[in-house]
Design a binder for this molecule. Structure first.
Ligand SMILES: Nc1ncnc2c1ncn2[C@@H]1O[C@H](COP(=O)(O)OP(=O)(O)OP(=O)(O)O)[C@@H](O)[C@H]1O
Length: 801
């Protein structure tokens, strides 16, 4: 305490002391004006001394005589002071004193920070001496100009270093002043002239003034400097204007001047100049585009259907879910206790447990006690499921990014996540994505939105009745709620013939088809090959356009087209995104075989940049359907519930999909983390309402036409096979087919234990031999030979001919 008091006392005395030395504001004004008046008096005294010094010199001894009058404007005082400062002192350099006094007076009068005054005085006095010596040196015959100091010092120095020595000293002092006050450097001088050469004349004074302020701040220059700077512009400015021809020269950056405040200003101008030069190259097209934009505005692809209205939210059903999830405290408590006791039975202690309630499952995050092995908990999956008497328990050990182990337990009453709730969420509404998809909600009840353009293709799998079709509808609905018909087109492949038929109504708005096809939605697998090949042609054409436009992807291309930088006469057009959706890929592979795989793989590999994205759904995620090449190109995968761990591995490369609970419970991965989601539910009547709403609006005259593909119509079957090239199992296969009266490759596969490809080849050979009919989509082929006897005859005839 005592110490504190002592320090505070010391502070106050210090304050008192310092206030004794500093001027009050009024005193500053008074003293400042006194100095200004004094400086004016000195200035006029000095000025008139030049003309009166001879007349007044004799009076200097009669200072006390009141009758004696001096000729100086300030009479005897003026004469005496001027004599002292100019004659006996520094000659013309004495003018610096009134200047210093005036500056000091102004500082005090205006209440400016007087700390900088010191440097001004030091530089001022130095200037006085320097000017005085210089004048004494150059005007040795007129000693008044340099004063006694100038004369005597010259005299003194001459005795020791001679006139040349004095000259060199003066030059050196000039350099010192220039470096310290004007930041002189050889580069700066060069830059100054070059820069001045490209500047428009009226900007020059501004540059000067900026330089001056910068120096006042940084180098605390003295009044002399300011005086000199004020003079400076007149001299070089004329020559600088004449140097206008150096316009293209870009001044080099002066590293030394980099410390100076006014350097960024110079740098800015350099950058601006560089940019101008780059622009010059593209000038013609850019100016053209700018003019077009000025005249017609940006190109708007939506203009054809300018009055198109996006489907309103009320077309979607809230599915009875008004608020959020209802939490059942008892259930939570019960599950927690069961988890804790089960783990305890296996001697696994828990230091912390936390629950996150999602729409379908609740995630219990546990922090095991130190020293517990994570794998031990992971192995207890089935035991925990047993004790909780619940299906669909999944253990995530550890949860990526967190130091916890997660146990997902299904809620007794799952909440439906309505499509309406995810579409209306701000996350989806505000999504700045190219192709936003609101899949559903995460375990922490957050809306999950992803960009299909980034995926860039999606593989969906799930056993029948687990929510695949609803998932596909959720994807399409999301896009319909966000995209204008001009921006996106769907190519729909629906071998089941019933799942996607509803979208027929929006054919002329949102669907794409082959020019010669009647229906936009492809239900016949044979036609898929043509469509896929057509998409490959579209892909190649788009790449060509991108190359011509010198852009890397569809986003940049469309932006350039909107800015009217691409000429439609050169074949450029606004490119909508194309999304190919195949609802039953396994079926497609089974019927159309390898011919489908090649274009799909090609599209998957290359189509991302040009805006063609594939979504492929399958019930059977077996390895012969989802082959290595397909998997490699579909990093984004969705798994609904599957029946086996193997299926889960095929689709996700990890297990877990077999432990889902169905009804839209799904796992999503985009390459690394697997996220559990509850898929948004959109029912068929809702889809019907949306398509009805869109379909009833003005449409394009036709569906978006894909490039024509001229391939073999019978899709490569009906090829003549040489009898000698036939498969060794051909005869057996023919018998199997005739006995069963069913021309299917899978039958041959099963009965003869062959691979799919070989069975497919044999079927083609059977067709060529006239044993089975042509390919008929999802139906088995017709068997043209009624019985074994006929088959025998047919084959015999063949060998005879
Ligand atoms: N996200 C969901 N939320 C709630 N219920 C769902 C969800 N998804 C699907 N269901 C329920 O599951 C049923 C079957 O879904 P869906 O028709 O999508 O299955 P699927 O996998 O397409 O079957 P299939 O392969 O046989 O066509 C739906 O009728 C619905 O009752």
């Amino acid at each position: 305490m005592a110490k504190k008091r002592r320090t505070s006392k010391a502070k106050t005395t210090a304050k008192k002391k310092s206030s004794g030395f500093t001027f009050s504001k009024q005193n500053k004004i008074i003293f400042g004006s006194l100095l200004i008046v004094l400086s004016i008096a000195l200035f006029f005294s000095f000025l008139s001394y030049f003309f009166t010094w001879q007349a007044d010199q004799s009076l200097l001894t009669e200072f006390s005589d009141r009758n004696a009058n001096a000729k100086n404007l300030l009479n005897k005082f003026g004469a005496a002071v001027s004599h002292f400062f100019m004659y006996k002192g520094f000659g013309l350099a004495a003018f610096v004193f009134p200047l210093l006094l005036a500056i000091t007076g102004l500082y005090l009068f205006l209440g400016l920070d007087s700390k900088k005054l010191w440097s001004k005085w030091i530089w001022g006095l130095l200037a006085v001496i320097m000017i005085s010596i210089s004048l004494g040196f150059f005007f040795f015959e007129k000693p008044l100009l340099g004063g006694v100091v100038g004369y005597e010092m010259n005299d003194f120095l001459q005795d020791y270093i001679g006139r040349i020595g004095i000259f060199l000293v003066l030059i050196f002092m000039l350099v010192v002043v220039s470096v310290r006050l004007f930041n002189f450097s050889p580069e700066a001088i060069g830059n100054y002239f070059r820069e001045a050469g490209i500047k428009i004349p009226e900007r020059k004074p501004r540059q000067k003034r900026e330089k001056k302020t910068a120096q006042t701040v940084l180098s605390e220059d003295n009044p002399t400097v300011e005086f000199d700077l004020d003079k400076a512009p007149d001299g070089p400015s004329l020559t600088i204007n004449d140097a206008y021809t150096h316009k293209k020269d870009i001044p080099s950056v002066n590293p030394e001047a980099g410390l100076d405040v006014n350097l960024p200003e110079i740098e800015e101008e350099q950058i601006a100049l560089k940019v101008e030069e780059v622009v010059e190259e593209k000038e013609v097209t850019d100016i053209k585009a700018d003019n077009l934009v000025k005249k017609y505005g940006f190109y708007d692809p939506k203009l054809d259907l300018a009055k198109y209205k996006f489907p309103p939210l009320n077309l979607l059903d809230p599915h009875g879910v008004s608020g959020g999830i209802t939490i059942n405290q008892e259930e939570l408590e019960e599950n927690k206790n069961k988890i804790v006791s089960t783990l305890k039975n296996y001697k696994i202690g828990i230091s912390q447990i936390k629950a996150t309630i999602g729409p379908t499952v609740t995630l219990y995050e546990i922090v095991p006690e130190a020293g517990i092995r994570i794998s031990k908990i992971k192995n207890l999956e089935d035991d925990i499921a047993l004790s909780l008497a619940a299906l669909g328990i999944r253990i995530i050990a550890p949860i990526p990014g967190k130091g916890t182990v997660g146990i997902e337990v299904p809620n007794k009453n799952a909440t439906i996540v309505s499509m309406r709730s995810v579409i209306s969420s701000s996350k989806f509404q505000k999504a700045e994505m190219q192709l936003p998809i609101a899949f559903g909600k995460t375990i922490s009840n957050e809306t999950f939105v992803v960009d299909l353009a980034k995926m860039p293709h999606l593989l969906m799998a799930g056993a029948t009745g687990q929510g695949k079709s609803v998932g596909l509808n959720a994807v399409i609905t999301s896009l319909l709620y966000k995209k204008h018909p001009a921006e996106i087109k769907f190519v729909l492949v629906d071998p089941k013939k019933v799942e996607l038929t509803l979208y027929n109504k929006i054919e002329r708005h949102f669907l794409a088809k082959l020019p010669d096809s009647e229906e936009a939605i492809i239900t016949d697998n044979t036609k898929v090959i043509n469509t896929l090949n057509s998409l490959c042609i579209e892909m190649d054409q788009r790449y060509e356009l991108l190359k011509l436009a010198m852009v890397r992807n569809i986003k940049e291309y469309n932006a350039k087209f909107r800015n009217r930088k691409l000429n439609p006469n050169d074949g450029h057009k606004f490119l909508p995104y194309i999304i190919l959706i195949v609802d039953e890929f396994a079926d497609l592979i089974m019927t159309a075989g390898k011919e489908v795989e090649a274009p799909i793989a090609r599209l998957a590999q290359l189509a991302r940049a040009i805006g063609i994205h594939l979504i492929i759904a399958t019930q059977r995620p077996s390895v012969n359907v989802i082959t290595g090449i397909i998997k490699a190109n579909f990093p984004a995968r969705v798994a609904f519930r599957v029946t086996s761990k193997i299926d889960s591995r095929t689709i996700l490369d990890s297990q877990g999909a077999d432990q889902l609970i169905g009804r839209g419970d799904m796992l999503f991965t985009q390459g690394n983390d697997v996220i559990r989601l509850q898929c948004a539910f959109v029912d068929t009547p809702e889809v019907a309402k949306i398509t009805e709403y869109i379909g009833s609006q003005r449409a394009y005259p036709d569906a978006h036409l894909l490039p024509e593909y001229v391939g073999s119509d019978d899709s490569g079957t009906g090829v003549d096979y040489d009898i000698s090239d036939r498969d060794s199992k051909f005869r057996e296969a023919a018998e199997v087919v005739v006995i069963a009266q069913q021309g299917s490759a899978s039958l041959i596969q099963r009965k003869l234990k062959l691979g799919y490809n070989r069975a497919g080849r044999i079927i083609d050979q059977l067709e060529a031999a006239g044993i089975v009919g042509p390919f008929e989509g999802s139906k088995a082929r017709q068997v043209l030979v009624p019985d074994m006897h006929s088959l025998e005859l047919l084959l015999q005839n063949e060998t005879n001919t």
